[in-house]
Design a protein around this ligand. Structure first.
Ligand code: LHQ
Length: 264
């Protein structure tokens, strides 16, 4: 698939996806979403890729749905099939990101609004520039938080704070986002790229399968009992215990040397 709305770059085991619609603050159309699903699917299947970064071109991360995509329907007062649109676009995209068996970092270079914030929430780590801002803009246009935000946000920052951001639509800065745990790190704008590259290289050198299983188990444990979590842990550990990276990690420890993981 040729990409028009996103750019894809590889540097060793790290892949960087950039949403490339800077004039619209990287607001997403159906095409953007289709391209992102395609990129995450392919990178997820590529054994050479061991960490994925997603960011935005220009001064925005993503302003969510491109509200101009349905402009003619709105102007004509025609009914819009938002349910169908969500099912065909963001619902697929969010599940694809979450199921990608590689660590995914959101490099939040600027404003993340609406489904743009939902997208960042679907990633494993969020590193923001001091210039980043965040809003669940949905309520401002008479909608509910979608694209997984009702699921991810309360689990990320707690129910009370999530509900407050959802029903006020307040725009918060990076410092507040860090304080409430919406992002894991905030760095100066001019060092964002370097900081994320360093983090991505570090993650890419770790046992990729163990990271994928860790994120899956944490997610699944949110909705189950301790007994179920223990059961899933034992199953996953049984699998990982048979991997080359487990053997390498233990051998390196016993031989007092640095491990060299292969992501297998
Ligand atoms: C935009 C957008 C945008 C198009 C800025 N679209 N152009 C799913 C299913 C179907 C329908 C509905 O929604 C959904 C999911 C959702 O994501 S709903 C939420 C959609 N997003 C929003 O409502 C956010 C709208 N944008 C804003 O509130 C502001 O632009 C923010 C707070 C993000 C940034 O404000 P500023 O930094 O002041 O920038 P700006 O407003 O001046 O925007 C810069 C340009 O980007 C501007 O274009 P222009 O040609 O005038 O320079 C905006 O029109 C354009 N833009 N967001 N979502």
């Amino acid at each position: 698939m040729d990409y028009e709305d996103i750019k894809l770059k590889r540097a060793g085991a790290v892949a960087r996806i950039t949403i490339d619609r800077p004039d619209q603050l990287n607001a997403m159309t159906t095409r953007t979403s289709d391209e992102l699903v395609d990129a995450f699917t392919k990178l997820g299947e590529d054994p050479e890729v061991r960490c994925i970064v997603i960011t935005g071109e220009g001064r925005g991360f993503s302003a969510g749905q491109d509200l101009k995509e349905f402009q003619s329907e709105y102007e004509a007062g025609r009914e819009r099939d938002i349910e169908g649109h969500l099912r065909a676009t963001y619902n697929r995209l969010v599940l694809q990101i979450v199921d990608t068996p590689k660590p995914v970092i959101a490099e939040i270079n600027g404003v993340a609004a609406g489904a743009g914030l939902s997208l960042a929430l679907a990633c494993d780590l969020r590193v923001a520039s001091e210039a980043a801002r965040f809003t669940l803009a949905f309520v401002k246009i008479g909608l509910i938080p979608d694209s997984g935000a009702t699921w991810h946000l309360a689990r990320t920052i707690g129910y009370a704070r999530a509900l407050e951001l959802a029903i006020t639509g307040d725009l918060i800065d990076a410092e507040r986002a860090l304080e409430i745990g919406l992002v894991q790190r905030v760095v100066p704008a001019d060092s964002l790229r370097d900081e994320v590259d360093t983090l991505a290289q570090e993650l890419a050198a770790l046992p990729t399968r163990a990271i994928a299983e860790t994120t899956r188990l944490f997610r699944e444990a949110q909705d189950g009992s301790l007994a179920e979590a223990l059961d899933r842990e034992a199953l996953a550990q049984g699998e990982l215990g048979r991997t080359p990276d487990h053997l390498e990690g233990v051998s390196a420890f016993l031989e007092k040397r640095e491990p060299k993981f292969l992501g297998r």
